[in-house]
Design a protein around this ligand. Structure first.
Ligand code: CDP
Length: 226
């Protein structure tokens, strides 16, 4: 049996892509690469520097010059990895509500996507990788050996993110999260460049009635059948 060397997992906000991607990569001994981290880091940089997120040329310039580094987790606080932005650990800052509220706008910019896609492709083409995002199967790695599109209802996705944030002690409300999930879905699916949609050859996995173990088992069956 030959195991797919490049696995793309795409899907809408909070559909469980990160959990699946990390666990699948660990099971296969592959690199796990979460591309959402990069768009979140650009957004955080814009917020930190007082750059108007609607100023496309400025935000694009930031995307072209910042250094984003993802390394093995160095702190045991529930993180899957460390994220450094220009040398500073921003692992949790990129998950904050202001970043979540602005990241989809930043992700519509063609120049931002070009800068991020180039880096992602370089890593993806080395193989033995599970890459997670919105446009991996369609744009970043169109020749990926296995493409999974992980979906779930907006309500279920918001419920999961709510439980996650509560566990981290973040004051939040289910309604605000549902609102953010719906807004991001809308912007992500309707943008001109690399919109969120399943690749033609993607296998759609709905996780509404599956827990994390169930999703992993379903994905492993797809890996074995690929
Ligand atoms: O984990 P969650 O699904 O909430 O978000 P994420 O995967 O960290 O992605 C955050 C945002 O980055 C998304 O809402 C998209 O706007 C953007 N993104 C993208 O445009 N393309 C990707 N390959 C990954 C993320």
């Amino acid at each position: 049996m030959t195991i797919p060397r490049t696995i793309a997992i795409d899907g809408p906000a909070a559909s469980g892509k990160s959990t699946l991607g990390e666990r699948l990569a660990r099971r296969l001994g592959y690199l796990y690469f979460d591309t959402g981290v990069m768009y979140r880091a650009v957004t955080l940089k814009a917020l930190q520097t007082g750059t108007d997120v609607y100023d496309e040329p400025r935000v694009t310039r930031l995307a072209e010059i910042i250094v984003i580094d993802v390394r093995q987790a160095s702190v045991n606080d529930g993180r899957m990895y460390d994220v450094f932005l220009d040398g500073v650990d921003v692992t949790w800052e990129i998950r904050s509500a202001p970043v979540a509220a602005n990241v989809s706008v930043v992700s519509t910019y063609a120049g931002v996507r070009k800068a991020m896609t180039e880096q992602q492709r370089r890593i993806g083409l080395q193989g033995n990788v599970v890459m997670v995002g919105r446009d991996i199967g369609t744009v970043v790695l169109p020749d990926a050996d296995l493409k999974i599109y992980l979906d779930a209802s907006a309500e279920e996705r918001a419920r999961r993110r709510f439980v996650e944030e509560q566990a981290r002690g973040i004051p939040t409300s289910y309604e605000d999260i549902l609102d953010n999930v719906r807004t991001r879905d809308k912007i992500d699916s309707s943008r001109e460049v690399a919109p969120l949609r399943p690749a033609e050859d993607a296998i759609i996995l709905n996780s509404d009635h599956l827990d994390a173990d169930g999703v992993l088992e379903a994905a492993i069956r797809l890996v074995e059948a690929a």
